[in-house]
Design a protein around this ligand. Sequence first.
Ligand code: 13P
Length: 250
Amino acid sequence: MPAPAARFIVGNWKMNGLSAEISEAAALADSLKDEPSPHRVGLCPPATLVERMARKLAGTAVEVGGQDCHGSASGAFTGDVSAEMLKEAGASLVILGHSERRAYHNETDAEVAAKVEAALRAGLEPIICVGETLDERKAGKTLAIVRGQIAGSLPTSLSGKAFALAYEPVWAIGTGLTPTLEEIEEVHREIRAAMKAQLGASGATAPILYGGSVKPSNAADILALAEVGGALVGGASLKADDFLPIVRAG
Ligand code: 13P
């Protein structure tokens, strides 16, 4: 029997975590050392913890990422962090275009695309998020919204580069609600077709992660779906005891 395809399981800590929580990342890496996983595992802590987490996890299987970056390498952008800064701090990944950035910081598709360019320039692997709101889903616009976000947020320079796309329905984030398995599969198939048409070979192979209320109890079913190449996990990634079963479910 062929080995199951490796999945990419990424934790997004959002604005959670002080120094003490680095121990959760260390516990995760320790457990994975004892039970080597075929899957790629990443953690994206707040910017203040990236460097310390990267030091703590150096030499382990767990990759570290940022949650956003600016489109410029440096400059008068108070409060922002550049891709180069994340890279120097030890990150290898960066989440871009998360719906919380799009909603609370008014990020447009064009800005997300500029951030993707910045990430690639700095040598970070972007994880680009798309997803519809509840109103958009109810109006039957899910596929059109996601197609539009892909067209606008994925620059052609991604061609030939390592990246991941995350489908995160806004209404499923932090709510305990998820689309049905059929609905997830439908959107992932559409995303695959759109990425292939736009980016060729890289669009055909980049993993498409599902995000939105992924928990130990639903992870196996979601990760078994066609075109689901992993998960982007919020709340359930904060504790190693919750995140580990999701990694194992891959
Ligand atoms: P939850 O897993 O808490 O629903 O968050 C999902 C998410 O936004 C990950 O980026």
